[in-house]
Ligand binder design. Structure first.
Ligand code: XMP
Ligand code: MG
Length: 186
């Protein structure tokens, strides 16, 4: 069981192994810990994709924190984003004068985060930063840059470690490139 390689037939390639991810999450946690020394943090995870990343990251951040979850939906088909964002579940805590860190799975066009940042900024936090596990800068449509980024990846549709195709593959411990025939049906 332990240490055995998992093969998933729908993946064309494994981009990041569980070990790659764990190492980088530890580094990000250390960086965030340094930057927020002496402060308290509010971590906001964006459902559903950021859940595994956030769960691992908060245990690598060594400053006191509270966390909450937000769910947003963007319209469009399942491999593309249209930019029309809707809040499906809002956080329960107030953000006024808080140091807020938004945790995302992936920044693609940037439209989701652009909307989220302006929405959260209106709640008057003391500071607002973005931490994303993955960044696909080649697809960016709006000017938004993460403060913390796990990996820059090329323009492929990826799944695993929270990322899904039609709600599947979120539970995989690695991140892989989905075979195009899975979503083209050919
Ligand atoms: P935008 O374009 O708003 O997109 O930056 C962010 C959201 O789009 C989804 N997304 C992906 N999901 N594999 C996925 O499973 C991908 O390669 C991918 N690219 C974008 C994701 O929900 C993210 O929050
Ligand atoms: Mg998704």
């Amino acid at each position: 069981m332990f240490g055995r390689r998992i093969t998933v037939k729908e993946l064309a390639e494994i981009l990041l192994t569980p070990e790659d991810i764990a190492r980088r999450v530890q580094e990000l946690g250390a960086e965030i810990t340094r930057d927020y020394q002496g402060k308290e943090l509010v971590v906001i995870g964006i459902l559903k994709g950021a859940l595994p990343f956030m769960a691992d990251l908060i245990r690598q951040i060594k400053v006191p924190l509270r966390y909450d979850l937000m769910a947003v939906s963007s319209y469009g088909d399942s491999t593309r984003t249209s930019g029309a964002v809707q809040i499906l579940k809002d956080i329960e805590m107030g953000l006024e004068d808080q140091h807020v860190l938004v945790v995302e799975d992936i920044i693609d066009t940037g439209l989701t985060l652009k909307y989220l940042v302006s929405n959260l900024q209106a709640r008057c936090p003391a500071s607002l930063k973005i931490c994303t596990l993955l960044d696909k800068p080649s697809r960016r449509e709006v000017d938004i840059h993460p403060d913390y980024n796990g990996f820059v990846i090329p323009d492929h549709f990826v799944v695993g470690y929270g990322l899904d195709y039609a709600e599947r593959f979120r539970e995989l411990p690695m991140i892989g490139i989905l075979k195009p025939e899975v979503y083209t049906g050919k």
